[in-house]
Design a protein. Structure first.
Ligand code: S6P
Ligand code: ZN
Length: 190
């Protein structure tokens, strides 16, 4: 600790678009080929390029994953696009620890935060610049871009929350966000 020194944090946010600058910043991208199984219309997916970028996440993890009491910060950017009538979206996950919540906030673009409880009740919250979302630790969450530009969303979550992707990979959400008559609608599965 530099006693009495006033220094600069190693990571900063570009206020315009909430992109992270600095070191360490982790970058993770998801191409269609990485996540194609999450979409309903596999015939429509085959018509798109495998290398299509669906979303990417920048994150700052100032402490090791699993640390109790720490926080992680992330900025997710979801591209515009659809697979058939289903909007481009994130994989989605439950947190491994059910008492580890998360904040999301809309920065740019329009979308829907899709949430599902353990009883498979699914609902959505509209995301727009300035929208703020509290995601209870027991709730699965994913985002879909319903607008005409990139959807950019900030997030902050506990460093020991962990991610359970398997449940969603195997059983999905109980509803899909589809464009119906030009509007986003949560349509029950099956
Ligand atoms: C992490 C937080 C977000 C997501 C990101 C991508 O707890 O919810 O940073 O990781 O939006 O979604 P996913 O489902 O691929 O991790
Ligand atoms: Zn999360």
């Amino acid at each position: 600790m530099a006693h009495l020194k006033i220094i600069q944090s190693c990571v900063e946010i570009t206020l315009d678009d909430f992109k992270l600058k600095g070191d360490p910043v982790k970058f993770q991208s998801r191409l269609l080929t990485n996540i194609v199984g999450i979409f309903f219309d596999q015939e429509a997916a085959k018509k798109l390029n495998d290398d299509t970028l669906v979303y990417y996440v920048q994150s700052w993890m100032p402490v090791p994953e699993g640390t109790t009491g720490g926080l992680f910060y992330g900025t997710s950017t979801i591209m515009t696009g659809k697979v058939g009538e289903e909007y481009f979206m994130t994989k989605g996950h439950f947190h491994l620890k059910p008492d580890r919540a998360e904040f999301y906030w809309g920065v740019r673009g329009e979308g829907v935060l899709i949430m599902m409880d353990r009883n498979r009740n699914t609902w959505g919250e509209r995301i727009y610049p300035g929208s703020l979302h509290y995601i209870n630790g027991e709730i699965a969450h994913r985002m879909a871009n319903t607008g005409q530009e990139q959807l950019i969303v900030g997030a902050c979550w506990p460093s020991d929350a962990g991610h359970d992707y398997e449940e969603i990979e195997h059983n999905g959400f109980s509803a899909r966000l589809l464009e119906v008559n030009g509007q986003p609608v949560l349509v029950p599965v099956g």
